[in-house]
Design a protein around this ligand. Structure first.
Ligand code: ADP
Ligand code: ASP
Ligand code: MG
Length: 460
């Protein structure tokens, strides 16, 4: 069971989530994964930034917010004495480190991960103690202690699946058999030299998937503030419907294409061992939620969901030199890959004179430099243009594979709203159709498709 930040926002939330765990604990062996309390990872990041910039007042204000949040939460949950001492110890350590960052006006990626780890270490400690108070035989673990070993790509570390599988089996399985409930910090692991790493934003989902993989769980449950995976982001459309069943492929595409509800990296480990993932709403714990498994259910619904990605840039490369010359796009893409630029979508014109690439906005400058250099090295003249901020919309569903006419419905619905489509892409999987529009048109396009494909609560 994984509890994200939103499900641990206030002391009463933590108390109620512990009650849910208790309810299921009599009939199940459970491993718990927890994220930082809502907003804490963002506050830690802001605090680091202010320390680096020498803004002492702001840094201290953020530290105090973090300190008070955790102390108040712990006290309200009735944690006193040595239970509280551990929290104070963590906070003392955090305070020392943030002042070092401030004095140096510098933070290394490794130190940043170490600082971020306090969010999960504090919340998980509090949750473990709350579970104990509820009569559960819970035991606290950091990701590293549980066996989550990664490479040293700080900020977005890659798990070593084989080693993790082995270590977690050794460390956690005997405890489960003895009736202990391990409670593990999400988001963080440890590299082979013993330094704390983080798995990227939203990475607790990956932590949970790794633990499920290693203990060979019957199911993994993500508890959410929404009743399951919905047909669209509830912050964009009114009353999206809950999707009952999704295939691993659909869930992976959905999360990679912008649905924040699930981290894309969490899907592959589960898929490998065919462990079903259930997204459940803690407001109605008895509801089935959404199950993600091998088969995505009946294809009654061709288009299951629509997603939106914001804060992305579009780069267009145009050159008649590219026509019929093999390997040019390959060189551009591998140069971008080596430079650490993640390509979200690609489309190439049939004439081959034009390639469009979609990347994260934060990578724009770097990507432009890399592309310019690669093109110069290849030695052809080109026209390079870009748009700094666009939006990408995707419709997703396995039933689209081989069903003709979906694309025309998508683009007619968008055109009827007067929205201009800048680029179209369809992956080889054929379970999504994606396109790019002006940043201001993104949400309107989502709403148009939501209506066109009847994705609301009331089926028409
Ligand atoms: P957690 O903190 O538990 O990891 P997240 O905040 O990452 O939870 O994800 C849950 C949120 O994702 C929901 O509150 C909702 O606003 C948002 N969301 C975006 N798209 C979807 C979708 N298609 N289905 C469900 N939730 C979505
Ligand atoms: N606390 C981390 C974050 O905010 C990890 C997570 O929530 O999954 O990104
Ligand atoms: Mg999340």
């Amino acid at each position: 069971m994984k509890f994200g930040g939103a499900s641990l926002a206030y002391p009463k939330d933590i108390y109620m989530r512990a009650e849910i765990v208790k309810k299921y604990s009599s009939d199940n062996e459970i491993v718990i994964v927890t994220s930082a309390i809502k907003g804490i990872t963002d506050t830690l990041l802001d605090m680091i930034e202010n320390a680096v910039k020498g803004r002492k007042d702001r840094m201290e204000k953020m530290f105090l917010t973090i300190r008070e949040t955790h102390i108040d939460t712990a006290r309200l949950l009735g944690l006193h004495g040595d239970k509280l001492d551990t929290i104070l110890l963590y906070l003392g350590e955090l305070e020392k480190i943030i002042y070092s960052v401030y004095n140096l006006r510098e933070v290394t990626p490794r130190a940043k991960d170490y600082i971020l780890s306090f969010g999960e270490r504090l919340s998980t400690w509090i949750f473990t103690e709350t579970l104990k108070k509820a009569g559960i035989n819970a035991q606290f673990f950091t990701g590293g202690e549980a066996g989550i070993v990664t490479d040293n790509k700080y900020g977005n570390a890659n798990p070593d699946l084989e080693l993790i599988d082995e270590l977690i089996k050794i460390r956690l399985l005997p405890l489960l058999e003895e009736g202990v409930m391990p409670v593990v910090t999400g988001f963080i692991g440890v590299d082979k030299s013993g330094h704390i790493t983080t798995l990227g934003r939203g990475g607790s989902d990956l932590s949970a998937a790794l633990l499920a993989y290693a203990v060979e769980a019957d199911e993994v449950w993500f508890w959410k503030d929404v009743p399951g995976i919905l047909t669209a982001d509830p912050r964009i459309v009114e009353k999206p419907r809950k999707i009952s069943v999704l295939s691993y492929m659909e869930a992976a595409e959905l999360s990679a294409l912008g649905a924040k509800v699930l981290h894309p990296r969490a899907v592959p480990p589960l898929m490998r061992k065919r462990i079903p993932l259930r997204i459940k709403g803690y407001l109605k714990p008895e509801d089935e939620g959404t199950v993600v498994k091998e088969q995505g259910g009946k294809w009654s619904q061709v288009v299951k969901a629509v997603t939106l990605i914001k804060n992305i840039s579009l780069i267009n490369i145009y050159s008649t030199f590219m026509v019929g010359v093999p390997g040019i796009s390959g060189r551009i893409f591998s140069a971008l890959g080596k430079g650490g630029v993640n390509i979200l979508m690609i489309s190439q014109n049939v004439s081959e004179a034009n390639i469009s690439i979609l990347i994260s906005k934060k990578d724009l400058r770097k990507a432009l430099n890399i592309i310019e250099k690669t093109i110069r090295d290849i030695g052809f003249t080109e026209e390079l243009s870009y748009e700094e901020e666009v939006a990408a919309i995707s419709v997703i569903g396995e039933g689209m594979r081989g069903t003709p006419g979906i694309a025309s419905k998508v683009f007619t619905a968008v055109a009827e709203k007067g929205i201009n489509v800048k680029m179209i892409a369809q992956g080889s999987s054929e379970i999504n159709i994606s396109f790019v529009v002006d940043k201001g048109d993104g949400e309107a396009a989502v709403r148009a498709l939501y209506k066109r494909f009847n994705l609301g609560m009331e089926k028409t």
